[in-house]
Design a protein around this ligand. Structure first.
Ligand code: COA
Length: 260
């Protein structure tokens, strides 16, 4: 059977490719489960320094949750699905190292939500984003109402979710939802380059910084600042901090980080 998620590793960076191109990579339960299990396994691997997620084929990142599976659901089944999907999105946002979405086509509904759960979003110039849910009789259920409003503000969230209108990569960038728009052929090379830049920084510092940014977003400023102080302190327990700062003081080149 074809694997639903392909994994490729180059040194300390892992690329996950959602691989159901004939269904435009729509998230069925099997795919959500596979991704979730993979992320749980990868989260425990201390040698990973950045993760990239993309979609197979040249048409879609992820065209949403699987409508065929949802069509006949009742309320309890739908609530279970929302919890299941939301848990996957939390695994992404809480993944210990930065996660980059390389959005190569349609990012609709659950696919838009998956992208919003990532830390950094790159999009090809052909990428298209929408929340079609209200036109199908439902609301976004995998975090869309919450993450879109927090990332772009309430009005873009009202606009996109109430109208279902489809936006291009450039508009997503103007809304602050996409960091860079690239030509289709440049998307993955740029994602690897960005991941490798991050992977070249001190691993403990990157993990602490992600944790502080992520957790801080949900905290009052004073609590976020206290959290940051703790992470700053923990960095000073690493040899990487000692070696980098002593090299700087001795006017030497900063040695590659060892992750300890
Ligand atoms: N759930 C289930 N199947 C999906 C899907 C989804 N979210 N999105 C696409 N597919 C399937 C199609 O049913 C089709 O399957 P088939 O070949 O067995 O008929 C296949 O993927 C290709 O899609 P198709 O609709 O033929 O391509 P298109 O180029 O005409 O249209 C889209 C592309 C993305 C505009 C269209 O597929 C679409 O609107 N998909 C649903 C998007 C959506 O509403 N997602 C949010 C769900 S809450």
């Amino acid at each position: 059977m074809m694997e639903l998620v392909l994994t490729e590793r180059k040194e300390s960076v892992v690329l996950l490719t959602i691989n159901r191109p004939e269904g435009l990579n729509a998230l069925n339960r099997e795919l959500i489960k596979t991704l979730s299990e993979l992320l749980a396994e990868l989260a425990g691997d201390d040698s990973i320094r950045a993760l990239i997620i993309t979609g197979a084929g040249d048409r879609a990142f992820v065209a949403g949750a699987d409508i065929g599976e949802m069509a006949g659901m009742d309320r309890p089944e739908a609530e279970i699905l929302a919890r299941f999907g939301s848990r996957l999105m939390r695994q992404i946002s809480q993944f210990p190292v930065p996660v980059i979405a390389a959005i190569n086509g349609f990012a609709l509904g659950g696919g838009f939500e998956l992208a919003l759960a990532c830390d950094l979003r790159l999009a090809s110039d052909g990428a298209r984003f929408a929340f079609p849910e209200t036109g199908l009789g439902i609301t976004p259920g995998f975090g869309g109402t919450q993450r879109l409003a927090r990332l772009a503000g309430a009005m873009p969230a009202f606009d996109l979710i109430m109208t279902g209108r489809r936006i291009k990569a450039e508009e997503a960038r103007d809304l602050g939802l996409v960091m860079e728009v690239t030509a289709a052929t440049d998307l993955l090379p740029r994602a690897w380059e960005l991941a490798e830049t991050i992977a070249g920084k001190a691993p403990a510092a990157v993990r602490e910084a992600k944790r502080a940014i992520r957790m801080g977003l949900d905290l009052p400023l004073d609590e976020g600042l206290t959290l940051e102080e703790g992470g700053f302190g923990r960095c000073f327990e690493t040899g990487d901090q000692k070696r980098a700062m002593s090299a700087f003081m001795n006017k030497e080149e900063i040695p590659p980080f060892e992750g300890k």
